[in-house]
Design a protein around this ligand. Structure first.
Ligand SMILES: Cc1ncc(COP(=O)(O)O)c(C=O)c1O
Length: 436
């Protein structure tokens, strides 16, 4: 039987040639981003001061597909695309489930996660427009590593504000970014007015993605020839990640499988969207259940409110209509730093509101235990973020076992956890707080 194939590998020529845009597939038009000062829809000029022009055009594009530049596609291929889709046969056996579980290997990228898919594109567009320096924030460091490498490839400087608690928990991430030539500081930092203000109020502040974003935006505004780069939330980022789902569909088609469930973890939403949107865009997948896995410590989708809110803590970004816990929410110091974001992409928020995407929240002990079970049965240490998706997949596989139903489950393994071993160490030492 074809679905007994364990590793489904496409040829490099089969790497997607176009990005897929979800906007034309939404039931209702997305509420526009608002200028935080006037409350009016933002002008493209405001966005172009921050982002490469091409990204702003993509942000509002109503085209169903957008060509991937050849230089970017070449980097995707050098980074291992198309990434394998793998059957989790060891996990299935360990769970004694009749479900068939597949996972997409975004962990094989040189920087360890899906983030290079969009970093390569954003830095390429910036370089084409004559930009020499990129500023950004990073949580767990996966995004910062991807920006650092993309800047190294295209010869730009990279300035990275890394959330302080993650900077302390994941020291070697910082070393990796420096190896690629980036400059990196813990946030809140003393480099920006906003960072200095937060530090003055609380010198021990663990930092949040919202604060680090404010610092990177202030840096962009104050430095010549610098653009800001964002690793999630906005439509153009979701678009760049759509290579994940497009490949997965081709891989499943090649073994004549149709998923019942498509799962991803959600911080700002980019790896989930990258996997799910190509399925959502096709009518033949209308029966698929889409599960967005988030932490109970930062439950933007399950406990947040659907409202206009700021993307950063200082209120410098446009206001976005999204599920949010409030821009000043400081999440507990969980190891899944990439999921410590108060909001979620407006497109995902709209699809949750429609009921098309179902969120589920997991605490970090349950998620990391799922990560350990996956490591034991598949050999791969997942990123703590990805472990949330694994926990959701395991729960669904066990439900299938209880009901004795064969189910096809696909999840995105958004990254590996080789720089996150403190998380697994703390889990094994019993020092983790799961009560959040
Ligand atoms: C491995 C990994 N997965 C998931 C995420 C969450 O981000 P997003 O929701 O944009 O995929 C991150 C963010 O840093 C990450 O590093």
């Amino acid at each position: 039987m074809k679905h007994e194939t364990i590793r489904i590998q496409l040829d490099s020529e089969e790497t997607p040639k176009n990005y897929l845009n979800i906007l034309p597939h939404l039931k209702n038009p997305l509420p526009p981003p608002l200028n935080p000062e006037t409350g009016e829809p933002v002008s493209p000029d405001m966005l172009m001061a921050l982002f490469p022009v091409e990204c702003v055009k993509q942000e509002v594009s109503s085209e169903k597909t957008i060509p991937i530049p050849e230089e970017v596609r070449e980097i995707l291929i050098r980074s291992g695309r198309p990434t394998p889709l793998q059957r989790a046969i060891g996990l299935e056996r360990a769970l004694k489930t009749p479900a068939r579980i597949y996972f997409k290997r975004e962990d094989i990228s040189p920087t360890g996660s899906h983030k290079l898919n969009t970093a390569a594109a954003q830095v390429y567009y910036a370089q084409k427009e004559g930009i020499e320096r990129m500023a950004t924030e990073t949580g767990a460091g996966q995004w910062g590593s991807a920006v650092a490498l993309a800047c190294a490839y295209f010869g730009l400087e990279a300035m990275i504000y890394m959330v302080r608690i993650s900077y302390q928990q994941k020291q070697y991430r910082g070393t990796l970014m420096k190896t690629y030539g980036a400059e990196i500081v813990p946030s809140p930092s003393d480099r920006t007015e906003y960072g200095r203000k937060v530090n003055a109020e609380n010198p021990e502040h663990p930092g949040t993605l919202g604060i680090a974003i404010s610092e990177a935006i202030e840096d962009t505004a104050k430095n010549d020839n610098t653009k800001y780069t964002l690793g999630s939330v906005l439509n153009f980022v979701m678009l760049h990640q759509s290579v994940i789902g497009q490949e997965t569909i081709a891989q499943l088609d090649s073994i004549e499988e149709t998923p019942d469930y498509v799962i991803g973890c959600v911080g700002g939403g980019s790896n989930f969207a990258g996997m799910a949107y190509p399925f959502l865009a096709e009518d033949r997948f209308k029966k698929v259940e889409f599960i967005a896995a988030e932490p109970t410590a930062c439950p933007s989708l399950t406990k947040g409110e659907y409202k206009y809110d700021s993307g950063d803590t200082a209120g410098m970004t446009p206001q976005l209509k999204m599920y949010s816990l409030g821009a000043d929410f400081v999440p507990p110091k969980i190891h899944a730093g990439g999921l410590r974001y108060h909001g979620v992409a407006p497109t995902i928020s709209a699809l949750v509101l429609e009921g098309r995407i179902k969120p589920r929240a997991f605490n970090q002990i349950d998620a990391l235990n799922a990560g350990v079970q996956f490591a034991k049965s598949e050999g791969i240490i997942p990123a703590p973020e990805s472990a949330h998706a694994i926990k959701a997949a395991i729960d669904i596989a066990l439900e299938a076992k209880k009901e004795n139903k064969s189910r096809v489950i696909v999840f995105n393994l958004s990254g590996h956890g080789h720089f996150d071993m403190t998380a697994y160490g703390d889990l094994m030492d019993g020092t983790l707080n799961g009560d959040v």
